[in-house]
Write a protein that binds this ligand. Structure first.
Ligand SMILES: Cc1cc2nc3c(=O)[nH]c(=O)nc-3n(C[C@H](O)[C@H](O)[C@H](O)COP(=O)(O)OP(=O)(O)OC[C@H]3O[C@@H](n4cnc5c(N)ncnc54)[C@H](O)[C@@H]3O)c2cc1C
Length: 286
């Protein structure tokens, strides 16, 4: 019996231009960054693989006054090595606690975003900081907020022939920031929880407040209306203001549906996180 082995062509571009051209020529090619997700999930052999990690522009980190640009192929360990004074707190914490050291040296920020998995650790903190990603193709460049780019579990707005080149995280002066992750629980349905919050306090009132939650489906939950409830409030926050915020948050969780946090313990922890974060503002002296 004759067996036919499928041939895979591997391309290793060294510039963004070359990569754009290859993506145009082979729009169905598998883009290979650190390979940690691909190795775990690949079921079929692709016709073409394009390796991303010899392209200098994808490995760059640029620190400007108002933002941090991270090339899509920068690994978790390189980001963490920048230090907590450079990397915004929630992202730093999420990455430091993410994976085993060997995976940290391979897993890239771009791969993590493009995986768009509920297990992806960077999505919740990136949404907290209103991070944007640069998308390139042979026909041009455009930017999208991470929150829009990720459409759902395993779904993004990336089109055939496009790739992610840079992640841009704005630098802002946050007075308090917090991140919490509860690991995946497998039954009855997989559930995971990530909570991220940041606040700016001017004199004695809340100038800006953000709270983002990561779950299963949708992967990211954020409501500007909810955040707006306490903006402008004077500190110390009254119990009734915190009660109102938490009751509106509970309604938001209900409207997100039971697939967001299938484990009720995760739902209770999300509400406790919100209340604890708000209570912590009363003992703050920025
Ligand atoms: C043992 C183990 C433990 C793990 N633990 C964690 C964990 O704790 N937290 C966590 O978040 N993840 C975890 N992961 C998942 C994985 O490591 C991460 O999602 C990682 O960041 C993926 O990055 P990568 O560079 O390896 O992506 P790859 O596997 O190379 O690619 C992932 C997907 O993204 C696409 N892609 C990659 N880069 C680009 C780009 N620039 N443009 C367009 N598409 C692109 C690829 O085609 C592929 O579809 C774990 C994986 C393993 C094997």
């Amino acid at each position: 019996m004759k067996s036919v082995l499928k041939q895979t062509n591997i391309y290793v571009p060294t510039s963004l231009r070359e990569l754009s051209m290859l993506c145009q020529q082979f729009p169905d090619a598998l883009l290979f960054a650190g390979g940690t997700h691909i190795m775990r999930s690949a079921q079929t052999t692709p016709g073409s693989i394009i390796s991303l990690n010899k392209i200098k522009d994808l490995l760059k980190i640029r620190r400007k006054e108002t933002y941090l640009d991270i090339g899509s192929c920068v690994t978790f360990s390189r980001i963490v090595s920048l230090g907590a004074h450079v990397v915004p707190t929630a992202l730093f914490k999420a990455l430091s606690e993410a994976v085993t050291p060997s995976i940290m040296n391979l897993a890239t920020i771009g791969g993590n975003i493009c995986t768009a998995s509920y297990t992806s650790d960077v999505l919740t903190p990136l949404a907290l900081y209103d991070a944007k990603i640069e998308i390139r193709s042979s026909s041009g460049i455009h930017w999208l907020p991470v929150m829009r780019f990720v459409q759902g579990n395993g779904r993004t707005l990336l089109k055939a022939g496009e790739f992610v080149s840079t992640v841009r995280i704005p630098f802002e002066e946050w007075d308090i920031q917090s991140f919490l992750k509860l690991d995946i629980t497998p039954s009855p349905k997989p559930s995971i929880l990530k909570c991220a919050a940041a606040v700016k306090i001017s004199k004695t009132s809340i100038n800006d407040l953000r709270m983002v939650f990561g779950g299963v489906e949708p992967i990211i939950l954020r409501s500007r209306e909810l955040e707006g409830i306490l903006i402008g409030n004077k500190l110390p926050l009254q119990n009734k203001s915190m009660d109102f915020f938490c009751s509106e948050f509970t309604k938001l969780l209900d409207s997100a549906g039971s697939d967001f946090l299938p484990n009720p313990y995760h739902t209770r922890t999300a509400i406790r996180f919100a209340r604890h974060f708000l209570s912590s503002l009363n003992s703050t002296n920025p």
